[in-house]
Design a binder for this molecule. Structure first.
Ligand SMILES: Nc1ncnc2c1ncn2[C@@H]1O[C@H](COP(=O)(O)OP(=O)(O)OP(=O)(O)O)[C@@H](O)[C@H]1O
Length: 282
């Protein structure tokens, strides 16, 4: 499988402090890859290195076949899209005029603007001045800006932070459609539900170190005790180990119509993160 990002033994130091510590991972072409970690774990630093905003201290990194020495070239920038804290819009210009400027910057055709406004569900705000938009609307225009030149790979640093559930769902649908059309997405988030819903694979970052990397379901299976949680019609809650010797107990409960619900134990990504790092994902 083709990799669009390859990081090997990546290190980033700020003075004596290691923000990124021996980080190695690959991102496959066409996937949605989530980097999860608490505040200060090194997510933004990783994105900044991968997009040429920061230099690595050591290690090897390539993105879309280019080495980090080329990450500042305009040719490289035209192949990636970035949504980060540093992304900004011209507040006094309209939505359309903002996107027109970015089209010119990236040599993208202007007809792209209406298509992208449709994708982020902002067609009706086309002529509105940016300063009059809500936070969620601005975030959707920033996303449109990151995607206007149809990049092969987009980096989204907490794309839905501080958005209400409606706006968040809207952006999720847009990202899924974009991904289905072939764009690889690298995103960071604190939000476990978001990661579980969107990401093909997730990496856990803690103090700049990689702690886990796999598909959300594979991690949930790996950290499951595999026990059955049975609630009886009397409200009793039983935890029954998933072993052949316990089969009769479960069979009897079902035969006697004693079972209200039965579930296997599958921890959430947040619970797994807590188990692996001892930290909440906030
Ligand atoms: N320019 C800088 N100078 C010094 N230290 C920095 C700099 N940028 C980041 N750091 C430190 O590097 C570590 C990782 O920061 P980073 O911003 O990558 O974390 P993060 O996981 O993105 O956090 P958040 O979720 O809060 O955005 C932190 O300890 C931070 O204080």
């Amino acid at each position: 499988m083709e990799n669009v990002i390859e990081a090997k033994h990546l290190m980033k130091k700020f003075g004596q402090k290691s923000a990124i510590d021996d980080l190695s991972f690959q991102v496959r072409k066409g996937e949605i890859f989530g980097l999860l970690g608490p505040s200060g774990s090194g997510k933004t630093t990783t994105i900044k290195i991968l997009t040429g905003e920061l230099n690595k201290t050591s290690g090897d990194v390539s993105v879309l076949g280019e080495l980090s020495s080329d990450f500042r070239s305009s040719q490289f920038k035209s192949k990636i899209g970035i949504l980060s804290d540093n992304s900004a819009l011209y507040e006094r210009l309209s939505v359309y005029d903002n996107l027109k400027l970015f089209c010119k910057l990236y040599h993208a055709p202007l007809k792209q603007i209406d298509a992208i406004l449709h994708d982020v569900n902002m067609e009706r705000e086309r002529t509105k001045t940016v300063s009059k938009l809500s936070k969620g609307m601005k975030q959707r225009i920033l996303l449109a800006k990151a995607l206007i030149h149809k990049p092969a790979l987009v980096f989204l640093d907490e794309p839905t932070s501080a958005l209400d559930p409606g706006n968040m769902a809207q952006i999720h649908r847009g990202l899924q459609a974009l991904n289905e059309a072939g764009t690889t997405i690298f995103l960071t988030t604190h939000n476990m539900e978001e990661a579980t819903e969107l990401c093909d694979r997730v990496a856990f970052l803690n103090n700049g170190k990689l702690q886990e990397l796999d598909e959300p379901e594979a991690l949930r299976y790996k950290y499951s005790t595999h026990a059955f949680h049975v609630e009886t019609i009397d409200g009793e809650k039983l935890v029954i180990d998933n072993t052949s010797t316990n089969a009769d107990q479960i069979r009897t409960l079902i035969a006697e119509e004693q079972v209200r619900s039965i579930n296997t134990d599958k921890p959430t990504l947040g619970q797994i993160f807590l188990k692996v790092t001892g930290k909440e994902l906030v």
